[in-house]
Design a protein. Structure first.
Length: 125
């Protein structure tokens, strides 16, 4: 299977020994590297997703094409990071979650901690 951006994959020990057993992950592909590798192997960039379909970490993985499997779709896919991010410091805002506006592709900072900003998004350029 040759992955494409947007594919949701289950990466386990069949793809690479480093993902065997409880180290398996569900991975949303962002890009497929075109640099030369060993035959049948590929570098993928994407996001590890949790059971709810939310991205939890950005990763670059080196895997065997023959070992890649499509993952079952989640019920609520989400394009933003939910954990593992350092606090944001921009324009006096501390803390928050970076999200992507699917309508225009801009990034926003949502901050539930700051009551003045609760429920609002501040777009980054």
């Amino acid at each position: 299977m040759r992955p494409s951006p947007g594919d949701l994959l289950r990466i386990d020990g069949r793809a690479s020994v480093q993902f065997a057993g409880d180290r398996a992950l569900t991975f949303r592909v962002v890009s497929v590297c075109d640099r030369p590798t060993y035959a049948g192997w590929v570098w993928l960039t994407g996001y590890v997703t949790n059971r709810a379909g939310r991205a939890t970490a950005k990763r670059e993985v080196y895997v065997q094409l023959a070992g890649l499997r499509r993952a079952p779709a989640t019920s609520t896919p989400a394009p933003h990071l939910t954990g593992g991010q350092p606090p944001l410091h921009r324009g006096g805002l501390v803390g928050g979650v970076v999200v992507q506006d699917p309508t225009v592709g801009h990034l926003a900072v949502r901050s539930p901690r700051n009551s003045a900003l609760a429920g609002s998004a501040h777009w980054l350029k």
